[in-house]
Write a protein that binds this ligand. Structure first.
Ligand code: SOE
Length: 376
């Protein structure tokens, strides 16, 4: 088995999800590659050591430039705040490393395009961790659409609702709360949450051609933990937009961090002429499916418990009826990436695939700022 030496950047929530995927993937999938946790890099030496010990990284670095230049690393995996994705990815590509990055690809289209050009010029494999594609029920939704079971698609509807920034005392800047600092994050819910919805939507239903959006920043000033001062908030706290797809269907997307009671409620529904599909992250192993061809006496919504070996990824896990969870979507993405590499293909979504999502996010923010429809 060929070793893939991983250089992880970051020690936060996403570094944990990716590290867990690397540690478990070969226990469940037969792959030609085996990741090796070679080094992890972060600025805080105490948390860095604790993370390296807990996850079994063989060495540590406190300067990302050193990690990127090391000869004993094959893959640079970026789990850093969004403003660091472009500089690290471009340097890693120039150093000949494969580059994986947590979503979104970048803060905006200019940076994202530079990242695509860097990996393509260097000829290195690249991937963005849009993990929800690899939730088995979501993969099954794509399979059903690709098989043509829905027929012509009319509607796509998606939400991503949270409630963790309602308090005015929640700061911007700092660990985790960098997501509220526009200079670091690029945008608010649009780049952080709607990016997931847009990635899934494009993957399942094809390109988005036009958007019209509104955004709101409910709390106008917050303390910035990096500077210690109270500063204007530049991110979108909530965003709703309408969209048109190339296939003629219409969409409505909504995201907010002010939906009291909702912690990470990602839902989507697709309505076609023959059938409809609905999915909910809080019940992620179930797919709701309505088929108009069912006998009218028993026609109704099927509540599919996606645990059968015939369903995507499930032959790799337990026995029918026993479900899996959030972390497995990352294990699946790692498995798919290593299978692609073994075939000499680039993993998906590639940087260029993810650039499309960034372009839609930028169009949404532009539309909200101008009050106009924006074509893509
Ligand atoms: C934000 O709270 C967040 O952690 C996102 O950054 C992730 O991408 C999403 O999957 C869950 O919510």
């Amino acid at each position: 088995m060929k070793k893939l030496r991983i250089g992880m950047l970051g020690t936060g929530f996403m570094a944990r999800t990716h590290s867990n995927a690397y540690r478990r993937v070969n226990n469940f999938f037969n792959l030609a590659y085996e990741p090796e946790l070679t080094a992890v890099c972060a600025r805080n030496p105490a948390t860095l050591k604790a993370f390296a010990d807990q996850w079994g990284y063989a060495s540590t670095e406190t300067d990302w430039r050193k990690l990127v230049e090391r000869d004993d690393i094959d893959v640079i995996d970026i789990c850093l705040p969004n403003n660091l994705h472009a500089p690290v990815a471009c340097a890693a590509a120039a150093a000949g490393k494969m580059v994986f990055t947590e979503k979104p690809l970048a803060r905006e289209t200019g940076e994202a395009t530079a990242m695509c050009e860097a990996v393509e010029k260097a000829g290195v494999a690249n991937m963005v961790w849009y993990n929800y594609r690899r939730v088995p029920a979501v993969t099954l939704a794509k399979q059903l659409v690709d098989e043509g079971r829905l027929g012509r698609i009319f509607h796509y509807r998606a939400n991503f609702l949270q409630d963790w920034t309602i308090s005015p005392d929640c700061p911007q800047g700092g660990n985790g709360t960098w997501r509220l600092d526009v200079a670091t994050a690029g945008s608010g819910v649009t780049g952080d949450l709607l990016a997931h919805c847009i990635d899934t939507a494009i993957w399942i239903n094809g390109p988005i051609t036009a958007v019209t959006a509104m955004t709101e920043t409910f709390i106008k000033e917050r303390k910035n933990l990096d500077t210690g001062t109270v500063e204007k908030v530049g991110i979108d706290d909530a965003c709703a937009f309408l969209a048109r797809f190339k296939n003629g269907s219409l969409a409505i997307f909504e995201s907010t961090r002010y939906a009291r009671g909702h912690k990470a409620l990602y839902t989507f529904e697709i309505n076609g002429e023959n059938a409809s599909i609905a999915w909910d992250l809080h019940d992620l192993h179930r797919l709701q499916y309505f088929d108009h061809d069912d006998n009218s006496l028993i026609r109704g919504w099927h509540n599919i418990h996606v645990t059968d070996g015939d369903q995507p990824y499930m032959d790799k896990w337990w026995v029918p009826g026993l479900q899996i969870g959030y972390e497995h979507s990352f294990v699946h993405q790692a498995a798919d990436a290593f299978e692609a590499l073994a075939k000499g293909e680039n993993p998906t979504p590639s940087f260029r695939d993810a650039l499309e999502t960034t372009k839609v996010c930028d169009a949404v923010l532009k539309s909200a700022a101008t009050g106009q429809w924006v074509n893509l």
